[in-house]
Design a protein around this ligand. Structure first.
Ligand code: GLY
Length: 347
């Protein structure tokens, strides 16, 4: 078992280990007085892990309720968010009570946003059960829901009080969930550590999770509010979020980000922002990891969604420029060049 302390304004621990889910109640009891707990999960994860979390909470003296919503991106809505808030209010949750999110990124983001806003903010614990959420979304306090107009357009920065990553849980998930994690792990490798790639290729979950959390720790500690360095972690997402939305979420987040990373790498080189074109290296690594990199959407449609990117500040958008595998920089371009950027990336 390994512990990382994330030194944000409100510091918290991330514990990485195998078979630690069944001990969730004990880890929580080490950090919280006895209180009410709202366990938030989705219909798939509920059948896999939630009974053991509830059991462990009970044996450590916590009274829990459970809120379950249908699994899938379509649940990441204001409607689901409101249902969680109403469940908290109906059970008279107070500011010393907590939410425990058990599931992937959708569960973590929406439960985190409910925690950030109920009674103007209560504590929450993340128990990511997917490879993707363990290495990325569970750490760093980005919470959100989608709007019809785009992904994650409503949310808050609200750090969890504890993250429990049990990499043993990934083995219970369908294979496509492993591919999802590989995409975000590859993103971390492209942004900051080329040595990580062989470990992603052999699905060495322990090593990849620990290394990705350590990369994320240093980036989030340097830029908790996501105004600078942290935007590197958005590599592939300007295009990827548009692909996800345009496909009505039939193209998964990981698949979409993989495609997006190749488009964004080509575009940055074609715009003269870096001396080397590493897009074919990036594409080869992603193809080897099992990704289909074709993009079947028009420039206009991708441009439309890219305009909702949260890296747009005023009339500039920050883009990620890969210079070598393991080394990326940020560069601002005028939003007026965004369409050309997408066009060059699709060539
Ligand atoms: N998922 C990217 C970030 O937390 O900044």
């Amino acid at each position: 078992m390994k512990k990382f302390t994330i030194s944000t304004a409100k510091p918290y621990d991330v514990i990485v280990g195998r078979d630690i889910i069944a001990d969730a109640g004990r880890f929580i009891a080490e950090r919280f007085e006895k209180c009410k707990v709202c366990v938030v999960t989705d219909s798939m994860v509920n059948t896999l892990f939630v009974d053991q979390v509830m059991e462990s909470l009970k044996s450590n003296g916590f009274n829990s309720i459970r809120v379950i919503f249908p699994s899938g991106e379509h649940s990441k809505s204001l409607n689901t968010y409101a249902k969680i808030l109403e469940a908290l209010a109906e059970d008279y949750f107070t500011r010393t009570d907590i939410i425990v999110a058990v599931g992937g990124g959708i569960v973590g983001d929406i439960a985190g946003f409910a925690a950030a806003t109920y009674l103007r903010g209560i504590s929450y614990v993340q128990i990511p059960t997917t490879y993707l959420s363990a290495i990325d979304s569970s750490v760093g306090g980005k919470t959100s829901v989608n709007l019809l107009g785009g992904k994650n357009l409503v949310g808050a920065y609200w750090q969890p009080s504890l993250v429990l990553c049990d990499y043993g849980s990934f083995e219970f998930l369908p294979q496509e969930y492993i591919l999802e994690g590989r995409a975000e792990a590859a993103k971390s490798a492209f942004v900051s550590d080329a040595n990580l790639i062989p470990f992603i290729q052999k699905d060495d979950f322990q090593h990849v999770v620990e290394r990705c959390i350590s990369i994320k720790k240093s980036i989030v500690e340097a830029d908790e509010g996501d105004r600078g360095l942290r935007q590197l972690l958005n590599f592939g997402h300007t295009i990827g979020h548009g692909i996800e939305k345009l496909s009505s979420f039939t193209v998964s987040h990981g698949q979409a980000v993989a495609k997006g990373m190749v488009v964004e790498t080509k575009a940055a080189y074609a715009m003269g922002l870096t001396s080397y074109d590493i897009s074919s290296d990036i594409a080869a690594i992603l193809e080897d990891l099992g990704f289909d990199l074709s993009v079947d959407y028009s420039i206009d449609d991708l441009y439309h969604y890219a305009l909702t990117d949260k890296k747009i500040f005023g009339d500039k958008i920050t883009i990620v420029v890969p210079e070598a595998i393991g080394k990326c920089k940020l560069h601002k371009i005028p939003v007026s060049q965004l369409k050309e950027y997408i066009q060059l990336g699709l060539k």
